[in-house]
Design a protein around this ligand. Structure first.
Ligand SMILES: NC(=O)c1ccc[n+]([C@@H]2O[C@H](COP(=O)([O-])OP(=O)(O)OC[C@H]3O[C@@H](n4cnc5c(N)ncnc54)[C@H](OP(=O)(O)O)[C@@H]3O)[C@@H](O)[C@H]2O)c1
Length: 485
C-alpha cells in the first residue's frame, strides 16, 4: 500500500496512512497438537498455521507434532496441513503413562533435529473433560518444567469449567504444574480485528474518551447472534447452553473492552488488570426482579435435534440487562443478547448516545432525532459505523440519519485473517494480552453462575426469528429497543 491512499466506498472517501506495525518474529519452537484428528484442529488450527506460514510469520525453526488416539498416518496429517513442512504424528492414549514417555523422547529428538531449543507449545484441542488428566500427565514427566531448558506453554480451549467450582478445580490442577505466564486460554473473539480495534479506537484517539461515560452514553448493546442451530455439537451444547457457551466468556470479554478504564500501558497484565476491575464492578443478579433483567429462551425444534434430550431445559438464547457500578457507568444499562437459530449471523457492539437535550428544528422533539450510534461490527463483516443526523439536500429543512461506515475488507483490501491466526502467533510470541487470566474467569463465573440455578421461565422462539418477544419487552419497558442488524 502506498504511504497514503485514498479509497472510495459508496458515498464515502477515506484515506489510510500506512501505520506503525509491531514487527516481532517468534522464537524457534515446536507445537504439539493434542486431538489433531478433531474438528477444531481441522477447521481452525491447521488453516491458521497455514495462513501464518504463507505470511512468513512462523518461526524459521518450527515443527508440528500431532497427537491422538486415532491411527492417523503421517500422510493423513500432511493432507490436513498441505504445504507445511516438518509434520509428525504420534499415536497414543491420553491417559497412559507410556504416551507421555514416548512424547518426551520424541520431543527431545525433534528439538535437536529442528533446532527449536526445547521451546514447545502444547495445544489441548480435546474435549474439556481431558484437560485435568493431560495436564497432570504432562506435569508428571516434567514436560511443562521450564528449568529443563526452553519454555513450555499450554493452550486451553473453552469451556474453562462448567461453573465456578469446576473452574477452580481445573485451576488448581493447572497451578500444580504451570505458572500463569505459561497458560493461554483461547477466547477467539479477542483475536478478531474489530475487537482489538475497540482498544485502538478508544485509546489511540483523543475525541472519544471524553464522551465515553454516563454523561453522554445512553446505553450499550452487545449482540452475538447465530443463524445456525446446535448442529454437530449438540451433545456438548445441551450440557452447556448459551450462558456457559457465550456469556461467561465472549460476551463478558467484549463488555470489559468497552467498559474498562484506560490501562497505563499495552502490557498484558495492565490490560487484563483493567478488565478485572470491570468484572468486580458488575452489579450481581438479585433473585428479586430477576425476570425483568434476564430472559432465557429455547428455539422450537431444539429438543428434536440429534443428541439433545427430549425434555431439555437448556437455554439456546439469553438476553440480559447488566449494570456496572462505578463512577463512569452508573445508570448506563449494558444489554447483552446471544442465541442460536436466529434470523441472521451477526455480532456487534453498539454504543448508543443520549438524545440532544433540546431540538432547534421546529416540529421535531429531541426524541424524533435518531441518537448517535457507534457500532463495532464483529461478524460477519468486520467494521465500524457511526450514525449522525445530517441535512438532506433540497430547499426544505429535512433531517435524516447518515451512517458513515468503515469496512475492514474494503478499507484494507483484504479480509481480516481468522482470529486463531493472531492468537496462535501471540502464543508463539509469548504475548498474553488477548488471553483471559484466571482471575477473570473466576469473576465472570461468579457473576453468571447464579443464572444457571435461577428459576427463570424458558421462553420459546421460532427458528429464524430474533429471539423471544419477552426480550423485546425487556427493552421496551425502558423506552428502548434492540437494534435489528
Ligand atoms: N469445534 C469447535 O468449533 C470448537 C469451538 C470452540 C471451542 N472448541 C473446543 O475445542 C476443543 C476440541 O474441540 P473439537 O470440536 O475439535 O472436539 P472433537 O472433535 O470432539 O475432539 C477432538 C479430538 O479429541 C479426541 N477425543 C474426542 N473424544 C474423546 C474422548 N472421549 N476421549 C479421548 N479422546 C477423545 C479425538 O481424537 P483422537 O480420537 O484421535 O484421540 C478427537 O478427534 C474442545 O475443548 C471444544 O470445547 C471447539
Amino acid at each position: 500500500m502506498s504511504q497514503e491512499e485514498l479509497r472510495h466506498g459508496p458515498g464515502l472517501k477515506y484515506s489510510i496512512r500506512e501505520g506503525l506495525c509491531l514487527e516481532q518474529k517468534p522464537e524457534p519452537c515446536g507445537m504439539v497438537i493434542f486431538g489433531a484428528s478433531g474438528d477444531l484442529a481441522a477447521r481452525k488450527i491447521f488453516p491458521s498455521l497455514q495462513g501464518l506460514g504463507q505470511k512468513g510469520l512462523l518461526p524459521e525453526n518450527f515443527f508440528v507434532l500431532g497427537l491422538g488416539r486415532s491411527p492417523m498416518d503421517l500422510a493423513g496429517l500432511k493432507s490436513r496441513l498441505p504445504g507445511l513442512p516438518n509434520l509428525y504424528y504420534l499415536q497414543g492414549d491420553y491417559t497412559a503413562d507410556s504416551t507421555y514417555a514416548a512424547l518426551g523422547s520424541r520431543l527431545k529428538e525433534l528439538a535437536a533435529k529442528h533446532g527449536t531449543k526445547g521451546n514447545v507449545i502444547f495445544y489441548l484441542a480435546l474435549p474439556p473433560g481431558l484437560f485435568h488428566d493431560v495436564t497432570h500427565q504432562m506435569g508428571k514427566v516434567s514436560l511443562l518444567d521450564q528449568t529443563r531448558g526452553g519454555w513450555s506453554r499450554v493452550v486451553f480451549e473453552k469451556p474453562f469449567g462448567q461453573d465456578l467450582a469446576s473452574a477452580l478445580s481445573l485451576a488448581a490442577e493447572i497451578r500444580d504444574h504451570l505458572q500463569e505466564p505459561q497458560v493461554y486460554r483461547m477466547d477467539h473473539y479477542l483475536g478478531k480485528d474489530t475487537v482489538q480495534n475497540i482498544l485502538m479506537f478508544r485509546f489511540a484517539n483523543s475525541i472519544f474518551e471524553p464522551i465515553w461515560n454516563r454523561t453522554y452514553i445512553d446505553h450499550v448493546q452487545i449482540s452475538v447472534l447465530e443463524a445456525e442451530g446446535v448442529g454437530r455439537r449438540a451433545g456438548y451444547y445441551d450440557s452447556s447452553g448459551v450462558l456457559r457457551d457465550m456469556f461467561q466468556n465472549h460476551a463478558m470479554q467484549l463488555l470489559a473492552l468497552v467498559a474498562k478504564e484506560p490501562p497505563a500501558s499495552f502490557a498484558a497484565d495492565c490490560v487484563r488488570d483493567e478488565k478485572i476491575k470491570v468484572f468486580k464492578a458488575l452489579k450481581p443478579f438479585d433473585e428479586r426482579g430477576l425476570a425483568e433483567r434476564v430472559v432465557l429462551g429455547q428455539y422450537r425444534g431444539y429438543r428434536d435435534e440429534p443428541g439433545v434430550s427430549a425434555a431439555s431445559q437448556t437455554p439456546t438464547y439469553a438476553a440480559m440487562r447488566v449494570e456496572i457500578s462505578n463512577w463512569r457507568w452508573e445508570g448506563v444499562p449494558f444489554y447483552l443478547r446471544s442465541g442460536k437459530s436466529l434470523r441472521k449471523r451477526h455480532a456487534e457492539i453498539a454504543v448508543i448516545f443520549k438524545h440532544v437535550p433540546h431540538s432547534l428544528f421546529s416540529q421535531l422533539a429531541p426524541t424524533h432525532l435518531d441518537p448517535n450510534t457507534l457500532v463495532f461490527r464483529i461478524q460477519p463483516e468486520e467494521g465500524v459505523s457511526l450514525t449522525i443526523e445530517a441535512k438532506k439536500p433540497g430547499p426544505k429543512t429535512c433531517i435524516g440519519a447518515l451512517t458513515m461506515d468503515f469496512d475492514y475488507a474494503e478499507a484494507f483490501g483484504e479480509h481480516s485473517p481468522d482470529a486463531y491466526e493472531r492468537l496462535l502467533l501471540d502464543v508463539m510470541l509469548g504475548d498474553q494480552t488477548l488471553f483471559p487470566r484466571q482471575d477473570a474467569l473466576e469473576e465472570t463465573w461468579r457473576f453468571i453462575e447464579p443464572l444457571l440455578h435461577a428459576s427463570l421461565p424458558l421462553r420459546s422462539y421460532s427458528p429464524g426469528d430474533w429471539g423471544p418477544e419477552e426480550a423485546d419487552r425487556m427493552l421496551e419497558s425502558e423506552g428502548r429497543s434492540w437494534r435489528q442488524p
